[in-house]
Ligand binder design. Structure first.
Ligand code: SF4
Length: 354
């Protein structure tokens, strides 16, 4: 008896894609991400999840590989309804192949045979069921995460449109390898966009399967489109932790807006990068110092709860009052008003608060 392969399981869980163009002669071009794959019948995109079947691009729909209620701080967002729960769902697949991916079993499905076990986690579901799950759990936010959400944007938008009708907020947790077209298509549904800025080296980005300029442009455009943007850099010793790298990232972000929160988070050895040591608290503190010196008002050190002093907290950039005290993903104390006002000096703090 033939065993079902992962693509046998996943391929029926698709619909005709919306984020693509028909080039004629059964050729389609996808713009859900910046690879812009041009596909003939039978071909799969770089992400492997979208494919041309008889001249129609098929996009994943109707399942999750995981769905859970998480604190929004885990995404991480620090200035987006702090202390709220986010119903977080993920599918399978990614458009990158980072050798340090912490979610590689989900993200590398159909790209790395070691990920084939991810098929076990698939549960068929509907947008209605997921929004009901969020509401029953008291979540105020719906997040597409765990795999790269851009490549499964049709599914996310169908969930988000119901979530918005129900008064929920919607966010992406993404590598930011986006086209302008997909960002504009997402804009009516997305209030928050967490983007990874992995480094400032284009050659490193190409090793991971991306392109630096695309990610920089996506940060700028998401911000211009009015999404609340927070940026995460996983600091990996020897990869992106030189002062030069950190300064370049911080200066770029401060140039877009000094109000963009920058999360510098700690790496631990995983997947194919097991010989690199974990990031120390000292390295994170050096990165936060650089971020602050570059003009960023909100720089957070992540993944080392309790070991980075006050760098998990939010302080007023105007009067230095402690506004939000955090420990890991928990909000210990929050004195910022629901309008986002510092109770001590009365100035507005950037973000979404109430
Ligand atoms: S999502 Fe990206 S990688 Fe996948 S088919 Fe579309 S353009 Fe290609």
């Amino acid at each position: 008896m033939n065993m079902k392969t992962l693509s046998d399981i996943l391929d029926p869980l698709t619909i005709p894609a919306r984020y693509c163009e028909d080039l004629g002669n059964d050729i389609v071009r996808c713009y859900a991400c910046a690879h812009r794959c041009t596909l003939k019948p039978g071909q799969r995109g770089v992400c492997k999840m979208r494919f041309n079947q008889d001249g129609v691009l098929r996009a994943p729909w109707g399942y999750v590989a995981a769905a859970a209620i998480d604190p929004i701080e885990k995404k991480p967002f620090m200035h987006f309804l702090p202390g709220s729960s986010a119903m977080t769902f993920g599918m399978l697949g990614c458009n990158f192949h980072c050798d340090f991916c912490q979610n590689w079993v989900s993200s590398q499905a159909l790209r790395d045979p070691a990920s084939d076990t991810s098929g076990r986690y698939i549960e068929k579901t509907t947008p209605q069921a997921l929004v009901a799950y969020a509401q029953q759990a008291g979540a105020r936010i719906v997040a597409s995460s765990y795999n790269e959400p851009l490549i499964t944007s049709e599914w996310a938008v169908d969930i988000f449109s119901l979530a918005r009708e129900a008064g929920l907020y919607c966010v992406y947790v993404s590598n930011g390898f986006a086209t302008p077209e997909i960002l504009k298509a997402l804009q009516p549904y997305l209030q928050g966009f967490k983007i990874d800025l992995k480094c400032m080296s284009d050659s490193h980005y190409r090793d991971l399967g991306g392109n630096l300029q695309v990610v920089l442009d996506a940060i700028v455009l998401a911000h211009e489109l009015g999404m609340w943007v927070e940026v995460v850099t996983l600091i990996i010793p020897g990869f992106n932790d030189s002062n030069e790298d950190l300064w370049e990232m911080a200066r770029f972000l401060a140039g877009v807006s000094p109000d963009i929160p920058w999360h510098v988070t700690s790496f631990y050895p995983t997947y194919k990068r097991t010989r690199t040591p974990a990031t120390s608290a000292e390295i994170l503190m050096r990165a936060t110092d650089i971020g602050q010196e570059a003009g960023l008002r909100y720089v957070y050190a992540g993944n080392l709860p309790g070991r980075v002093g006050s760098l998990e907290n939010t302080y007023c950039p105007h009067c230095s009052a402690l506004l939000i005290e955090r420990r890991g993903y928990s909000v210990v104390k929050n004195s910022i008003t629901s309008e986002g006002i510092c109770p001590k000096c009365g100035k507005k703090i950037a973000g979404l608060w109430g």
